[in-house]
Design a protein around this ligand. Structure first.
Ligand SMILES: [Zn+2]
Length: 105
C-alpha cells in the first residue's frame, strides 16, 4: 500500500484518479498526493550520458559501468541501447557484433 509523501504514514486511502494516476489521501493531515508523479533525480541524465560516453570510448564493459554507477549491468546496457536508438541507422544487433569496417566509414 502507498505511504504518505508528507508524513510517511500508512494511513492512506484511495481517492480517485488524477491524470490517469491513482490519487491518495492521507487521513492524518487530509493531504492528497499521487503515487509515481514522474519526477527523477537531476543526476540521472548526467549518469546516463557518462555511461554512454565511457562505453563509446570502447574500454568500458556493461558490468564495469554498472559497478561504477552502482547500477545493474543490464540497466547500463538498456541506457546505451536507448541512446543508440536515437541515432539514424542504428541497430542493437550491429552494436553487439561490431565489425571495424561497418562502424568506421
Ligand atoms: Zn500524511
Amino acid at each position: 500500500m502507498a505511504q504518505c509523501k508528507r508524513c510517511n504514514s500508512d494511513d492512506v486511502v484511495k481517492r480517485g484518479f488524477v491524470r490517469h494516476k491513482q490519487r491518495y489521501q492521507c487521513k492524518e493531515y487530509d493531504y492528497h498526493f499521487v503515487s509515481g508523479d514522474g519526477r527523477v533525480k537531476a543526476s540521472l541524465p548526467v549518469k546516463k550520458a557518462l555511461v554512454v560516453i565511457l562505453y563509446s570510448l570502447g574500454k568500458a564493459s556493461f558490468g564495469m559501468l554498472g559497478k561504477l554507477f552502482d547500477r545493474s549491468r543490464s540497466l547500463t546496457y538498456r541506457w546505451i541501447v536507448a541512446h543508440g536508438e536515437l541515432l539514424p541507422g542504428w541497430s542493437a544487433i550491429a552494436m553487439l557484433q561490431p565489425s571495424a569496417g561497418s562502424m568506421i566509414k
